[in-house]
Structures are given as structure tokens and as C-alpha cells.
Write a protein that binds this ligand. Structure first.
Ligand code: IMP
Ligand code: MG
Length: 183
């Protein structure tokens, strides 16, 4: 879907399809450089990271393997609690591997800090995080993120994998919702 398809639902477009494409390519170039000569496993966190995983993986010039995890964060509504349950685990043994977690967005950081600790305990050679978006104002825990697409204001955003009540994931851009949608 394009912005014309959902115009009435939007407050504004934050990043266009072209902007995201360009930024993802820049991230891919950095990752190519940093992991040169090493085997890399990229781990996408379902469902939000599907779009960035697909685009990032295709923008890389090196071989990677890909795996997926699904987690649910207990808590009320849109607030993350930090108590995380694994809905789908990895199929790959992480022992001795260079692992890069790929996320759509980091808000409080609670989900990812749990996930990072969980994967760290599996003995990877290295473990880093790449996120398309980060909300610095939402941070509740310090978390070291090596690759960040964009730091954004503390607003609810949708599109390019990000949902509101499971909708809007298939927008080809990132936008903020009009208040009448969530109020
Ligand atoms: P955290 O544990 O607070 O960092 O939660 C991160 C998760 O909350 C993300 O993986 C998203 O699923 C969800 N989330 C946080 N902010 C937004 C947003 O603005 N739009 C859509 N989902 C969001
Ligand atoms: Mg997510």
C-alpha cells in the first residue's frame, strides 16, 4: 500500500519508500564492511522485522544465513513489560557464530535487552543489534545498538512492517497515525 491508499488514516509520512531504501542500503554497506571475511547469521524478530530483513539481506554483498524468532512481550496494550515469552525459537545453533539481531523498532528497549541476554547465553562469537527505528525518549534500559536506521520522536508509527492492531504492516513507507484511528 502507498500513502494515497491510507491518506485518511495518517497524520503524516515520516519516511518515504525511497528514503527507507537508501538508509537500508547504507546500513547494509556498514554491515558488509564490519563483517568482511566472517560468516554472519542475521536473526529477524517476527513479525515487524520482515520488511527490513528482506531489504537488508538483499542489499548485502556478502553471504548471510537468515533465521527468525517470534517473541511476545507480556503487558497491557501498547506498553512493553520486559517479561518476554518465546513463541518461535531459532532453528540455528548460535555457538561460535557471528549473530546480528534485526528489529523494526526499539522503544523501551525491554524486549530487546531480554532477547539479547537470551541469545548471548547460547555462546555466539559476537552478538550485535540492527534496528530500523529507535525512540530515544522511550528508553527504559540502556541497550547497546550497533546499527540504527533513524532515531525518531516518541510517536506511534506504522508501516514497513510496523503495525497497529496487526494492520498497516504492508505500507511501503513509515507514517504516524491520525489520532482518530487509535482514540
Ligand atoms: P520495547 O520493548 O518497548 O522496545 O518494544 C518494542 C516493540 O514494541 C516493537 O518490536 C514493536 O512491536 C512495538 N512498538 C513500539 N513502538 C511502536 C510503534 O511506534 N509502532 C508500532 N509498534 C511499536
Ligand atoms: Mg517488533
Amino acid at each position: 500500500m502507498e500513502s494515497n491508499d491510507v491518506q485518511a488514516d495518517l497524520k503524516h509520512v515520516l519516511y518515504t519508500r525511497e528514503q527507507i531504501e537508501g538508509r537500508v542500503r547504507e546500513l547494509a554497506d556498514e554491515i558488509d564492511r564490519d563483517y568482511e571475511g566472517r560468516d554472519l547469521l542475521i536473526v529477524g524478530v517476527l513479525k515487524g522485522a520482515v520488511m527490513i530483513m528482506a531489504d537488508l539481506a538483499r542489499a548485502l554483498h556478502s553471504h548471510v544465513t537468515m533465521d527468525w524468532m517470534a517473541v511476545s512481550s507480556y503487558g497491557s496494550g501498547t506498553q512493553s513489560s520486559g517479561v518476554v515469552r518465546i513463541l518461535k525459537d531459532l532453528e540455528t545453533d548460535l555457538m561460535g557464530k557471528h549473530v546480528l539481531i534485526v528489529e523494526d523498532i526499539i522503544d523501551s528497549g525491554l524486549t530487546l535487552s531480554w532477547l539479547k541476554a537470551n541469545l548471548q547465553s547460547r555462546g555466539p562469537a559476537s552478538l550485535e543489534i540492527c534496528t530500523l527505528l529507535r525512540k530515544p525518549e522511550g528508553a527504559k534500559v540502556e541497550i547497546d545498538v550497533k546499527y540504527v536506521g533513524y532515531d525518531i520522536p516518541n510517536e506511534f508509527v506504522v508501516g514497513y512492517g510496523l503495525d497497529f492492531a496487526e494492520k498497516y504492516r504492508n505500507l511501503d513507507f513509515i507514517g504516524t497515525l491520525a489520532p482518530h484511528i487509535y482514540e
